[in-house]
Design a binder for this molecule. Structure first.
Ligand code: JFZ
Length: 445
C-alpha cells in the first residue's frame, strides 16, 4: 500500500542514513553494509587455492641489519633515522630473481612491505617525499619492477601497509609504541588518514596493475582511535573490487575485511599471546610466520627453520584450512641470503611432488591431531601422516564410501578398513627423510 503521509518511515530512514554519513565521515565500525562483489568472492576462493605465499619485509631499516623495529628499539630520533635512506642503495635488487625464487618455492603470491612502521614508502609516492625514489641514491621504484615481474610470472602481489607511523608528525595523538623522537606535540590525525594514507593507498591501487590486496598492520598501536576504516575500506574496494583487505589487528574480523590473518600461530591457537582464538567460518584464513626469528633482515639471527619444519608447518596450516605466508628479510642491497634460498628450494621440491595434497584444497573432514591432518579437494581426501610410528592408524569415521586408498608419492595401494566406528589405515613404515606420508582416499560422493 502506497503511503500518503508526507513523511514516511523509509524517507526518514534515508535522511537518517545520509545524515549519519555526513556526521560520521570516519565511522570506526568499518564498511558496515559491505557486500563483497562477485570479483571479490572469486578472489577469496583463488586466495584459498594458492595456499602458500612469500612475505617480504624490506625497507630502509634493512641497512642496519637489526630488524624492522630498529627505529623504535634504538630510540632514534627522526633526524637520525632520516640518514638511513641516504645510504640505502639496493643495486642488487632484481625483481626477476625474487619472483623466480617465490615460484621455485611453490609460492603463488608475494606480500611485500610497501611501507612499514617507519612510514618510509618503498615506492614512488607523490603524497610525501619520505620514499625510496626521492630520498635514496637508488632513485627507482622496486615495487613497480616487482609488480611488473609478478604479472609476467603469474604471481599475485599484495602490499603490506602499516597504519602505524613513527615518522609522520600527523600520526597524532601518538600510540602505545611512541617515544620522544623529535616530532612536534601536535598533528592532524584526519589529514594523516584521509590525505596521507588514503592517498598512498590510491597510488598503490592505481599505479601497479591488479593487486591481490592490502595487508594492514599497526592498528593495535591505537586500538581506540577512529581509523576511518569505512572510508579506507570502501576506497580500496572501489578502486579494485577484487583486492582483498587483510588486517593484522588480531581481532574478530569486521565488515569490509576479506581475510582473517594470524601471526606466528595457526588459526585458533594463541601461543604467541596476541592472537584471537576466534576463527571465522566465513573468511579465508592466513597464518604468517618467519623463516628464522625475524621479519626484517637481522644479521644476528641464524635460527633458520629446517626444510622439514617448514614443510610440516605448511601441511599443518593447510590442515587448518589456512594459507601460510612465510617471511624472508632480504639484505639491504637487494640480495636474498642463501640460507633462505636453499630452504625455500627444498620446500618447493617437496611441493613439486606433494602439491596435489595442498594447492586448491580446503581443511579436511578430520580435526587436526598429533598424528597429522587432513585436506580435501573434490572427491579426494588427503591424509597427511606427520607423526605416527605404529603399523596401523585408526581414524574417526569419514563420511562417504572409501573407494580406494593410495600413497600420493607412488600410487601404491594402502590397506584400508572402513566401518561405522572409523577408518583404519596401514601406511608404510616411516622413512627418515619422508616428512609427510600422504595417503589419498578416493571417496564416492
Ligand atoms: C607486526 C609488526 O609490528 C612486525 O614488525 C611485523 O611486520 C609483523 C608481521 O606484524 O607484528 C606485531 C603486531 C602486533 C603485535 C605484535 C607483533 N601485538 O599486538 O602484540
Amino acid at each position: 500500500m502506497k503511503s500518503t503521509r508526507p513523511f514516511n518511515i523509509s524517507k526518514a530512514l534515508i535522511i537518517l542514513t545520509v545524515a549519519l554519513f555526513i556526521l560520521l565521515p570516519g565511522n570506526a565500525s568499518a564498511q558496515t553494509d559491505y557486500q563483497p562483489s562477485p570479483e571479490n568472492l572469486q578472489a577469496r576462493r583463488e586466495f584459498q587455492d594458492m595456499k602458500f605465499g612469500m612475505f617480504i619485509h624490506w625497507g630502509a631499516y634493512s641497512v642496519l641489519g637489526d630488524g624492522e623495529w630498529v627505529f623504535h628499539n634504538r630510540k632514534l630520533t627522526v633526524e637520525e633515522y632520516n640518514r638511513l635512506p641516504l645510504f640505502f642503495d639496493p643495486e642488487k635488487f632484481d625483481a626477476h630473481t625474487w619472483a623466480s625464487l617465490a615460484k621455485a618455492a611453490g609460492m603463488k603470491y608475494i606480500t611485500i612491505t610497501s611501507r612499514h612502521h617507519d612510514g618510509f614508502a618503498m615506492f614512488d609516492s607523490k603524497v610525501s617525499d619520505w620514499n625510496i625514489v626521492a630520498r635514496t641514491p637508488y632513485k627507482k621504484d622496486p615495487l613497480k619492477m616487482l609488480a611488473d615481474e609478478c604479472h609476467r610470472q603469474g604471481i599475485k602481489l599484495f602490499f603490506y601497509y602499516s597504519q602505524l607511523d613513527w615518522h609522520n608528525p600527523d600520526y597524532y595523538p601518538r600510540g602505545a609504541t611512541n617515544w620522544p623522537n623529535g616530532r612536534p606535540d601536535h598533528g592532524d590525525w584526519n589529514a594523516y588518514l584521509d590525505t596521507y594514507m588514503d592517498g598512498q593507498l590510491t597510488e598503490l591501487l592505481t599505479n601497479y596493475g591488479p593487486i591481490g590486496g592490502i595487508w594492514f598492520d599497526g592498528m593495535w598501536d591505537k586500538p581506540d582511535a577512529d581509523w576511518h576504516l569505512a572510508k579506507t575500506y570502501a576506497l580500496i574496494h572501489q578502486l579494485q573490487p577484487a583486492a582483498l583487505i587483510i588486517p593484522n589487528h588480531h581481532q574478530t574480523p569486521r565488515p569490509g575485511e576479506d581475510v582473517q590473518t594470524f601471526e606466528r600461530d595457526l588459526p585458533g591457537q594463541n601461543t604467541a599471546g596476541f592472537n584471537t582464538k576466534y576463527v571465522s567460518a566465513r573468511l579465508p584464513l592466513e597464518s604468517c610466520d618467519t623463516l628464522n626469528d625475524n621479519w626484517g633482515f637481522n644479521i644476528g639471527d641464524s635460527n633458520y627453520k629446517s626444510p622439514a619444519e617448514l614443510v610440516r608447518r605448511l601441511v599443518r596450516t593447510a590442515g587448518a584450512n589456512s594459507n601460510l605466508l612465510l617471511n624472508i628479510g632480504p639484505y639491504p642491497n637487494g640480495e636474498i641470503d642463501p640460507e633462505f634460498v636453499t630452504r625455500l628450494h627444498a620446500v618447493g621440491d617437496w611441493l613439486s611432488k606433494y602439491g596435489d595434497s595442498i594447492y586448491g584444497t580446503r581443511g579436511g573432514p578430520l580435526a587436526p591431531a598429533n598424528w597429522g591432518v587432513t585436506t580435501q579437494k573434490e572427491n579426494k581426501i588427503y591424509i597427511h601422516v606427520l607423526d605416527w610410528n605404529a603399523p596401523l592408524l585408526a581414524l574417526p569415521p569419514i563420511e562417504g564410501k572409501i573407494m580406494s586408498a593410495q600413497l600420493l608419492i607412488d600410487g601404491s595401494k594402502i590397506d584400508v578398513t572402513q566401518t561405522i566406528d572409523g577408518v583404519v589405515l596401514k601406511p608404510p613404515a616411516p622413512k627418515a627423510e619422508e616428512v609427510d606420508r600422504v595417503v589419498v582416499l578416493t571417496v564416492a560422493k
